[in-house]
Structures are given as C-alpha cells and as structure tokens.
Design a protein around this ligand. Structure first.
Ligand code: NAP
Ligand code: ZN
Length: 359
C-alpha cells in the first residue's frame, strides 16, 4: 500500500494532561479508494473526550485531538465509494477502521476487533501517524465506518447519537429491554439522557437515578416515569430488589453495590461509564439473586445505522447546548460539575474564525 499524501488542517488539540485545548494543525490523508472526506459541521463533546485529553485512562499520546460525535458534509470520495457522493451528509462515531475479516467484524461487532482503530488515540495505518478526532475541520474515513443521517432530524442534535446514542441503544437492545420491565438509568448526563429516551421508546418503565435534585423535572420531561435522588438512602431502599436492568452511565467514582442491591433476581447491571479508578464490588451483592454485572462498548456499524434510522423514525435526538470551539475548555469544567443539559455540541464553523488561541 503506497502512502497517501497528507494535508494540514485546522484542529483543536491539547499538548498535555494539564494543558488546555487550543488551536493547532494536524495532518489528514487525501482520500484513498474507499475513503470519504467529510467537512465537519458539528462535533459533540463526550466525557470520554475529557478522560482522554487529561490522560485519565493512561494511554493518551500528545498532541491529542478529541471528538468522536461527528456530523458533516461529504466533500470528496474515493473511486470505489458507493454509499456517498459529494454534498451528502455523513456521520462518524468512535471507530474509523478495522480489518473487517475477523470473527467479530463478520458479526457486525467491529468494536471488539483486535485491529479496531479508534477515531482518536489509535494509529492511522495509511499515514503511520496517530488518529485525530473531530475537533477539526475535516476527517477522512473508510466508507464502512461512515453513517447515513436521517434527513428529518436537526443535524447538530444528531451528532451526539454517534457515541452517546449508540452506547446506550446497544446494551438496551442486547438485554432486550421492553414492555413489562423496570429499567434504571444512572447518571443524567450525555449518555444517561439518551438512555432515558431509548428505554422509554422501547416501552420499559424507566427510573432515573441522579445526584442532581435539580434535574428531576428534566428527567420526567425526557421520558422517565420516576426519579430517584441517589444521595437519599430511603429513596434508594424503596426500590431494593425490583429492577430487571440498570444502565450505569456515571463518569466518576460511585458506589456500584448500592445499585446491584436494587436488581431483582437474575437482573443485570451494565456499565457504560468508564471512571478513571476501579470500582469495588461486594460479592454478596451479586451472589444473592444470581445478579450479573456487565459492560458494553459503543456498538457496531450496522447497529449504529439501525439506531440512527430508529431515531429518524421516532424523531429522537439529543438535547444540546451549542458552543464555539474556543468554549470547549469551559465546557469540560461544566461537564465535571454535571452542568450540561444534556450534551455540548461544537459549531465547527467557529474553528475557522481568526484569533483563536494557539497551542
Ligand atoms: P456526562 O455527560 O458528564 O454525564 C455523567 C453523569 O454522571 C453526570 O451528569 C452525573 O449525573 C453523573 N455523575 C458525575 N459525577 C458523579 C459522581 N461523582 N457520583 C455519581 N454520579 C456522578 O458524561 P457522558 O458523556 O454521559 O459519559 C459518561 C461516562 O461514559 C464517561 O465515563 C464516558 O467516558 C463513558 N463512555 C463510555 C462509552 C462506552 O462505549 N462504554 C461511550 C461513551 C462514553 P447526575 O447529575 O444525574 O448525577
Ligand atoms: Zn463518546
């Protein structure tokens, strides 16, 4: 494989775990045969971006460019691309490449492929350089890893579906959440608020667990039947042993055992939140009731398209607050204070403006 040419594009990058994000440039390859080049219009701000930018998971290499909730317009396609033409809208989530021939890829579970390449923090096999995320002018991606956007939805509010959407949709589908089931969603942030919308759309009885009493009304508006303020032990106890399924969307340290105790026999708690530090588990919380604890990682490409099409049919998008690129550092601080309703989305046109602070 000959190396494609690289061009320099504007981006917002961080140079270290304690450095702010600032204007910079990164290389992007020219489209190869099966590549789609996308001008990024909106990019969601996931808490994973913050964990990654600050090296909380321990594998970040700098400079780092986060962003994996990408929507934009196709500007160029390689000669073998069949799904898109210039001018079409397209989306990109957390994955940009994989061999597509391993048993996981063949089952549509590209996220578990040993050759999976993440949108940021992996290696671009074409350039032999790190991958850089969506806080940038454009991205070039193999068409298998691009998604079609339902035409009836607000484009900026679609961006968070590419990570927060699929990350909550996939485990709710896997555990067959539906009518007659009592389902808990823990943490009403970017992921959690999408979890509420999907669990409600699938017909479950939905209970939100929040540390923020001020989010009670919002939780009900978003589709919850009940809201529990998790700092209140009595409110928690009232639900002991009653849940079929709980989805934990919390980004920081918290007591998992308190939620395991809320599961009915054979109930499952699935973690999608990825806090920096390990969470202790009391074995008795699992043994009694044959309860189980699992994890879930985004979703494969076919399921991501299914989720987007479901959102198109049911008119589901993310509740967003639009920000400029130079507000992203402040947005990270607000996200840490659980002060986001319920996803920041960057208007990427603001990356083109003059006078942005350079790294
Ligand atoms: P977010 O918008 O910041 O939401 C996290 C929510 O967790 C907060 O809004 C808050 O909800 C709750 N919370 C925060 N600190 C807490 C604490 N100390 N104790 C209890 N609750 C707390 O984050 P996000 O973007 O939804 O991401 C959530 C987590 O999922 C992150 O760790 C992220 O890296 C991870 N993630 C995983 C995947 C995957 O594939 N598994 C994909 C994307 C993201 P309340 O105010 O309601 O309490
Ligand atoms: Zn994410």
């Amino acid at each position: 494989m000959s190396k494609p040419k690289a061009t320099s594009v504007k981006a917002y990058a961080t140079s270290g775990a304690t450095a702010p994000l600032a204007a910079s440039t990164i290389p992007r390859r020219e489209p190869t045969d099966r590549d789609v080049q996308i001008e990024i219009l909106y990019c969601g701000v996931c808490h994973s971006d913050l964990h990654f930018a600050r090296n909380e998971w321990g594998f970040t290499q700098y400079p780092a460019v986060p962003g994996h909730e990408i929507v934009g317009r196709v500007t160029q396609v390689g000669p073998k691309v069949t799904k898109f033409k210039p001018g079409d809208l397209a989306g990109v989530g957390c994955l940009v490449d994989a061999d597509l021939s391993c048993p996981h890829c063949r089952k549509g579970l590209e996220q578990f492929s040993p050759t999976m390449v993440m949108t940021y923090g992996s290696m671009d096999k074409h350039l032999g350089l790190p991958t850089y995320g969506g806080y940038s002018e454009r991205i070039v991606v193999d068409e298998h890893f691009t998604l079609r956007i339902p035409a009836n939805l607000n484009l900026a509010a679609v961006a968070p579906l590419l990570c927060a959407g699929i990350t909550t949709y996939s485990p709710l589908r896997h555990w067959k959440v539906g009518p007659g089931q009592k389902v808990g969603i823990v943490g009403l942030g970017g992921l959690g608020h999408m979890g509420v919308k999907f669990a409600r759309a699938f017909g479950a009885h939905v209970v939100v667990f929040t540390t923020s009493a001020g989010k009670r009304e919002d939780a009900l508006r978003l589709g919850a039947h009940e809201v529990v303020v998790s700092r209140n032990a009595d409110e928690m106890k009232a639900h002991a042993g009653t849940f079929n399924f709980i989805l934990d969307c919390v980004s920081a340290d918290h007591d998992l055992n308190a939620y395991l105790e809320l599961l009915a026999p054979d109930g499952n708690l699935t973690l999608v939140g990825a806090p920096e530090k390990p969470l202790p588990i009391a074995s008795f919380a699992l043994i009694f009731g044959r309860r189980s604890l699992s994890g879930s990682l985004i979703g494969g490409l076919a399921e991501t398209q299914e989720m987007l099409d479901f959102c198109g049919q049911h008119n589901i998008t993310s509740d967003i607050e639009m920000i400029r690129m130079d507000q992203v550092n402040e947005a990270y601080e607000r996200m840490l204070r659980s002060d986001v309703k319920y996803r920041f989305v960057i208007d990427m046109a603001s990356l083109k403006q003059d006078g942005l602070q350079s790294a």
